[in-house]
Design a protein around this ligand. Structure first.
Ligand code: SAM
Length: 252
């Protein structure tokens, strides 16, 4: 947890928060904070800044807040992911939130097992919890939009064209010869297939809607690895430029 995420109900005054439960335990046991320490905090959907610890014991963590920073901007990216195995789902959803994806669509596909849709991990509370963990990890306060598309065809025919308007759609497939393009029109939409991959008919439908196949070479990557590699490449033009470090010989 790199950011203690606060909710409106934590606020006991406009500039003071009182927390208990998981966040209290984490600050005590992992941060090993003490009264007077400053913690990175952010209000869900709002500003970030610091919380100075004024009380920390087995019952509560109380923080004096100074929230004066904007959260980092989202990537102009919609991720369309065929529902992965429940075990993988949590990691994929949390990682997508950490990467700064603006919108996530969990979509059905031929090779998505029906049972995945009724997994407790697909429950809204769990999905929200994974998004929150992703925000805490990355130091962000704004939840990505999350949509479920239980029917592939209506999604491709009705929703996808709206997402693709004026932007770029990419369909990740290990067999694709083209790598991610260097110049991209935002907003981007990136589709990542299920464990067994997209079937040919799905690829044809997605391409028919305007998605361009992209590959990362001949290696078959796990969903979460492909996701991180693709978003890493696609995100570059949209990242805040970093300060160039001085040349190595110039350092003491
Ligand atoms: N056996 C499946 C296949 O051949 O398509 C592997 C699916 S992989 C576990 C899950 C998804 O990750 C794929 O559908 C694709 O979207 C993405 N992916 C994995 N490796 C990739 C690569 N080398 N290039 C592009 N996308 C990849």
């Amino acid at each position: 947890m790199n950011l203690v995420l606060l909710f409106p109900e934590d606020l006991v005054a406009p500039d003071r928060a009182r927390l208990a439960g998981r966040r209290l335990a984490h600050v005590r046991e992992v941060h090993r904070a003490a009264v007077g320490d400053d913690l990175a905090v952010g209000l869900l959907g709002g500003k970030m800044g610091r919380g100075r610890v004024r009380r920390l014991d087995g019952e509560a963590l109380e923080l004096d807040l100074a929230l004066d920073q904007d959260p980092p901007p989202k990537l102009p990216l919609t991720l369309v992911i065929a529902v992965p195995r429940p075990k993988v789902l949590n990691r994929v959803v949390a990682a997508s939130a950490s990467l700064g994806v603006a919108r996530i669509v969990l979509v059905n596909a031929w090779k998505v097992e029906k049972a995945y849709w009724s997994s407790p991990r697909m429950a809204p509370e769990n999905l929200r919890q994974q998004l929150l963990l992703g925000l805490e990890q990355a130091k962000d306060t704004v939840l990505p939009e999350l949509r479920l598309a239980r029917l592939f065809r209506p999604f491709v025919e009705d929703a996808l064209p709206v997402l693709l308007q004026g932007g770029t759609g990419l369909l990740a497939h290990p067999g694709a010869e083209q790598g991610p393009p260097r110049v991209l029109a935002a907003p981007l939409t990136l589709a990542i297939g299920p464990e067994g991959g997209w079937i040919e008919a799905e690829r044809a439908s997605l391409q028919g809607a305007g998605m361009h196949p992209v590959g990362l070479g001949p290696r078959i990557l796990r969903t979460e690895t492909a996701l991180a590699a693709l978003v890493g490449q696609l995100a570059l033009p949209f990242q805040v430029p970093c300060t160039t470090p001085p040349p190595l010989e110039g350092r003491s």
